[in-house]
Design a protein around this ligand. Structure first.
Ligand SMILES: [Zn+2]
Length: 367
């Protein structure tokens, strides 16, 4: 009888405002709870909480037994109250993951929130909010696909992310302007759970580098440092814009990426990315139409907004750039290509065959 009363009380708590979505990732209808932190969470987040047992103890609302004191605690806390406590100082640029994000982002979000209490104590945000960050990351080589450690420096003052091939090198191997930078986690593509893809512009064409760090916190700190740098850059570039306008431009998530046959003036196979965020653009027919995915024709493709909210002609240019830069004809076809002699052909988007070499198991050396 007491058990049933506890269950009924918990179920009515679940129906309350704030408890209807997971406290950590926003997934609907959570039916797990951390009875030490006082939040209702989804099954997936409960798995992450389980890995922080000194802080969070989880139970199923429906399947486990609850005693009266635990139910009372949940009633006195709940998602809205705990969000006010643990999320009171989230920087506007900080990426709050959702249930569709990779495990690394979700796990580090939960650890940052409850374990490190980064959004209660602002001084703990220094690794990504200081405007400067340097460290060693594994970077995939362009030619042989092996990962090698490289020194990276992000400087808001210089407006760039740079990396160096040698520790004592004076000149960076690449200077990636914050203005054109995009960072997105691509664990499957890179073959590492912490794999980050950085996209930037060089000589008007899109380039990619693939990096990771064994320490998940380090990698997510880099990601948020890049977002912070872009946020501050955009604040200066668009002084009247609100945070709500700027935040969606900090980084883009590619929902879909793959090869499409393209007809038009230049026939060939191209890599296209479709952005997850709103503000979608329909690519103009002048890019070439129709496009097909897996044999089915699509005439309208939602296209990614450009940093800084450029016009659709800007989006068109990006589409063309991506296409040229990433062009790689399928094996066994004789389709014409836009730039068959490009030295980068085939180097950008063939991650399935690239794996970290044996050195990837060790931590990049630090000085
Ligand atoms: Zn969740």
């Amino acid at each position: 009888m007491a058990k049933e009363r506890s269950r009924d009380a918990l179920l009515s708590l679940l129906a309350k405002e704030g408890n209807q979505v997971c406290a950590d990732c926003g997934a609907p209808d959570p039916d797990w709870a951390s009875y030490t932190l006082g939040v209702f969470i989804c099954l997936s987040c409960s798995g992450i909480h389980r890995n922080i047992p000194h802080l969070s103890k989880v139970k199923s609302v429906r399947l486990d037994e609850w005693d009266g004191a635990q139910v009372e605690f949940m009633a006195s806390t709940g998602n809205t109250a705990m969000r006010a406590k643990y999320e009171s100082e989230i920087p506007p640029f900080y990426y709050k993951p959702t249930f569709s994000d990779c495990l690394l982002l979700r796990e580090q979000w939960i650890r940052a929130k409850y374990e490190r209490k980064e959004f209660i104590y602002i001084e703990k945000q220094e690794p990504y909010s200081a405007g400067y960050r340097e460290g060693f990351l594994w970077k995939r080589g362009r030619d042989n696909g092996q990962f090698l450690t490289r020194k990276f420096v992000l400087s808001e003052r210089e407006g760039a992310l740079k990396y160096y091939n040698k520790n004592d090198a004076k000149d960076p191997k690449a200077i990636m302007k914050i203005e054109h930078l995009n960072a997105t986690f691509q664990p499957g593509k890179i073959g590492n759970p912490h794999g980050l893809q950085i996209t930037y512009l060089k000589d008007n064409s899109t380039r990619n580098i693939f990096i990771y760090h064994e320490d998940g916190k380090e990698m997510v700190d880099w990601f948020n440092a890049i977002r912070a740098a872009r946020f501050h850059y955009l604040q200066v570039a668009f002084p009247g814009a609100s945070n709500a306008d700027l935040v969606p431009k900090l980084s883009r998530n590619y929902l879909k990426e793959g090869y499409m046959e393209k007809t038009g003036p230049k026939v060939g196979r191209a890599v296209f990315s479709v952005c997850a965020k709103s503000n979608k653009r329909k690519a103009s027919r002048s890019v070439g139409s129709p496009w097909t995915i897996g044999g089915s024709c699509i005439s309208k493709i939602p296209w990614m907004p450009l940093p800084g909210g450029k016009s659709s002609s800007g989006a068109r240019k990006t589409a063309t750039r991506c296409w040229k830069d990433s062009l790689r004809p399928p094996k066994g076809t004789t389709g014409r290509t836009a730039s068959p002699s490009s030295p980068r052909t085939g180097s950008s988007f063939s991650p399935a065959r690239r794996r970290p070499n044996s050195r990837s198991g060790s931590r990049p050396s630090r000085k």
